[in-house]
Design a protein around this ligand. Structure first.
Ligand code: AHR
Length: 600
């Protein structure tokens, strides 16, 4: 039953969002349209992902004497001495490329020297596309061409074959999937995100932001500008990121999805669960400056240093950033001291930016309680809770925010997922998440954002389960949890309206009390009410007190507990054939003495 007159809190339009982190090759090898693995030879093993075949008087070596840029040092130098010799460089991406017939695969390479490159897409002796590219340049120059496969192929290999005397250097060897949004992101994965209509997007991590040490931390400035100048960097999840999808692209994606951007910056602390490295407080300026510059990049006018860089990178209009996360899964005094500095400096320059305070990975217990207590007394606007828990926990905690302090900070649940045995997210897990999410929505006055985590997993390249969306080279599917997210996020309400779920002719059990609470025991006028099975249906005829009274049952106080002992009249008789569900019902109780109150 829904009572349109009894309105509760507004539901935040940004309540259901997504959290993007490059884990499980969600971005490199996933969302990013780049098909070549290790295109710039910058991995610790510069040949990771490559197979090099040398025949005769030829050579192919990694050099770094005259690189494209400071951040992109390595390149491949190839020399072939005679007509009978050759070099073949091959790359199969992650699991071989999925080719579609007649679609345009965009090949590009930075090269210098003189040579003829045969660019080939092939598998098991069958050639699907073959184009020759002539290189003639004394300095680094970008060459581009398109390849159109003659047939479909599920696991193609890409090769560059050079079989004539020449000297040439190659770097940034790239093949971009034709099925790409803006030549940056895989269409099918973007579509999966679009279908969620996410209200916000938290990025780029996660532990990824923290790094396994401070050197390894994610620095957003490494990830913008021309891709050939961006750093390639190992991430905390054990693989390299090309940063082809960097902060600028994340902002573009937010714009495309109409999602509020919620970037997270490092608080000057590396991953605390892996044994934190703390940047000394007196050297924290560099990290705080990164945060200030990020805000300027997103929102500053084009006459500012970083706003100008945004324009040069192709986006004159600001991105309208409103939120900024400081740290991920950080806690304790060390974090609090550093957060205070960020808070003071950022608020002074950008008072409207809402800062998000990180909670520890434990979502219950003394460390968590301490974080909340500190947040309450230090002007924190939003805290970021992370919850990875089994099925039973999610079901039992659908009311977690019912009793949450309304005077404290708002809550973003920046990461959550339910798992059943084997860390899977099957239908059971999805249902438990759905139950939990009803509690988030019902408490929209405190819970302002929530996002499932992790978002992506490339089959065979996983570090973490469960995940929302799985994919391989050509296919993508959503788990049951995905469809729960979609159901909630594409059917958002504006405002909470009091409602009661009433089984046909059964008493309301377990205290669905009409004010949106799932308590099994409640305080009623200082009298504890338990035995909810015995508090049977009472009409909400508050507007018609008489009617209400005439249908009340008989109550008695039993050992200090208020109990109902009879049903009163059979309401069905009164309402004739009408189904009970035709009437707004609110469970109400009245003390024998006559003082009225609601069950809450
Ligand atoms: O979502 C996976 C990881 O879980 C995140 O990187 C981290 O914040 C959390 O521990």
């Amino acid at each position: 039953f829904i009572d349109l007159d009894r309105k509760g809190p507004q539901i935040s339009p940004a309540l259901y969002g997504i959290f993007i982190e490059d884990i499980n090759h969600g971005i490199d090898g996933g969302l990013y349209s780049e098909l070549v693995r290790n295109r710039s030879f910058e991995h610790t093993n510069p040949l990771e992902g490559w197979l090099i075949n040398i025949e005769g008087q030829a050579n192919a070596v990694i050099e770094s004497v005259d690189p494209i840029g400071e951040q992109n040092k390595n390149y491949m130098k190839i020399s072939i001495r005679d007509e009978k010799s050759k070099v073949i460089l091959s790359n199969a991406g992650y699991d071989g490329f999925s080719l579609e017939k007649n679609k345009n695969y965009l090949f590009s390479v930075f090269a210098k020297g003189r040579s003829k490159l045969n660019i080939i897409l092939h598998n098991a002796g069958i050639i699907y596309a073959n184009v020759c590219l002539e290189i003639d340049s004394n300095n680094w120059r970008k060459y581009e061409l398109e390849l159109f496969p003659a047939e479909k192929c599920e696991n193609a290999v890409f090769s560059i074959e050079i079989n004539e005397p020449s000297d040439v250097s190659l770097d940034m060897i790239s093949l971009i999937s034709p099925n790409s949004w803006n030549k940056i992101m895989r269409n099918d994965l973007v579509e999966m995100l679009q279908n969620l209509q996410p209200g916000f997007m938290r990025f780029p991590g996660g532990c990824l932001v923290e790094g396994y040490n401070l050197e390894n931390a994610y620095r957003w400035k490494d990830t913008i500008g021309p891709v050939e100048y961006r750093k390639t960097k190992a991430n905390l999840w054990g693989y390299y990121q090309s940063y082809g999808v960097g902060f600028h692209e994340y902002f573009l994606l937010c714009e495309h999805l109409s999602s509020e951007p919620v970037p997270v910056v490092n608080a000057g602390i590396s991953c605390q669960v892996r044994g934190a490295q703390f940047c000394p407080v007196d050297q924290i300026d560099e990290w705080v400056q990164d945060a200030l510059d990020l805000i300027e990049y997103a929102n500053g006018s084009t006459s500012t240093v970083w706003g100008n860089k945004r324009m040069i990178n192709g986006h004159e209009k600001p991105f309208n950033l409103k939120y900024l996360g400081i740290g991920n899964e950080n806690w304790g005094e060390e974090y609090q001291n550093r957060f205070k500095i960020f808070q003071q400096v950022i608020k002074e320059k950008y008072p409207d930016i809402k800062l998000i305070f990180s909670c520890p990975p434990e979502y219950e217990g003394p460390i968590f309680d301490e974080a909340i207590t500190w947040a309450k007394s230090n002007g924190i606007q939003i805290i970021d809770e992370h919850i990875y828990a089994p099925f039973e926990w999610f079901l039992a905690n659908a009311d977690r925010y019912d009793s949450y302090d309304r005077n404290g900070p708002k809550v973003m649940i920046g990461e959550y997922a339910c798992h059943v045995s084997g860390r899977r997210n099957n239908l059971q897990a999805a249902l438990a998440e759905a139950a939990f999410m009803t509690g988030l929505e019902r408490n929209s006055d405190v819970v302002v954002m929530a996002s499932y985590a992790p978002l992506f997993n490339r089959v065979g390249w996983s570090q973490w389960t469960p995940d929302l969306i799985w994919f391989d080279a050509s296919r993508v599917y959503g788990t049951p949890s995905y469809y729960v997210q979609k159901m909630f996020s594409t059917n958002p309400g504006d405002v909470i309206i009091y409602s009661i779920l009433s089984p046909e002719d059964q008493p309301i059990i377990s205290g669905m009390a009409g004010l949106g609470s799932w308590k099994t025991q409640v305080e009623f006028d200082h009298i504890k009410i338990s035995n909810f099975e015995k508090i049977l249906l009472y009409d909400d005829f508050a507007k018609n007190e008489k009617t209400w009274q005439s249908y009340r049952g008989i109550w008695k106080i039993d050992n200090g507990v208020l109990k109902q002992t009879s049903l009163g009249e059979d309401r069905r008789a009164y309402f004739g054939e009408k189904n009970w569900t035709d009437y707004a019902i609110e469970v109400r109780a009245r003390k024998i003495s006559g003082t009225e109150g609601f069950l809450v």
